[in-house]
Design a protein around this ligand. Structure first.
Ligand code: APR
Length: 173
């Protein structure tokens, strides 16, 4: 059985087989989680991202897709970069946010990561409402985390408001 857990803190301080990055399509860094992962993980991560841009992702990583690199100095084997959708009040992009969690789990299973730490994808700079982002995250992980493939899926929330949103989403059953 896969444990789904919540932690409040900085995802770059977590120990896990894979740490998921809320990246942008360039894969060349940014603020928030992305900035912290590159800052604390060190240059090897960006070097690996540059190699991906030069090979498979010439036009950048499309929204909703995921790709693994080294975790550099982080206490993990892999960083799984995924690009969340920017919130839109006029267009329902929920399927793209679901895809981030689903594809990150697929990549994690491919590389044999049995503990995966996720941030609350898209709920920062990309302005996705926290409650809805939490609901989509929990629902998608519950649906796609194959019990035999994962020991723990951990949501690492940066502040109390996010932690509460995910607690409610988990309780919704
Ligand atoms: N650890 C855990 N969670 C964090 C951390 C951290 N170190 N830093 C920020 N967060 C939280 C935010 O509070 C938010 O709830 O992660 C969630 C996602 O926020 P962002 O990192 O802003 O990611 P996102 O909303 O997906 O926007 C992605 O922002 O940083 C840029 O390069 C990135 O362009 C991309 C965009």
């Amino acid at each position: 059985m896969t444990a789904i857990t919540l932690v409040q803190g900085d995802i770059t301080r977590q120990t896990a087989d894979a740490i998921v990055n809320a990246a942008n399509s360039s894969l060349l860094g940014g603020g928030g989680v992305d900035g912290a992962i590159h800052r604390n993980g060190g240059p090897q991560i960006l070097e690996a991202c540059r190699r991906l841009r030069a090979s498979h992702y010439g036009k950048g990583l499309p929204t909703g897709q995921a790709v693994a690199t080294t975790a550099g100095r982080l206490d993990a084997q892999y960083v799984i970069h995924t690009v969340g959708p920017v919130w839109s009040a006029t267009e329902d992009r929920s399927d793209l946010l679901e895809s981030c969690y689903r594809e990150s789990l697929r990549v994690a299973a491919e590389v044999g990561a049995r503990t995966v730490a996720f941030p609350a994808i898209s709920t920062g700079v990309y302005r996705w409402p926290l409650d809805d982002g939490a609901r989509i995250a929990v629902r998608t992980v519950r649906k796609h985390a194959v019990p035999s493939a994962f020991d723990e899926i951990r949501f690492v929330l940066f502040d109390a408001r996010a932690y509460e949103a995910f607690t409610s989403a988990l309780a919704e059953g």
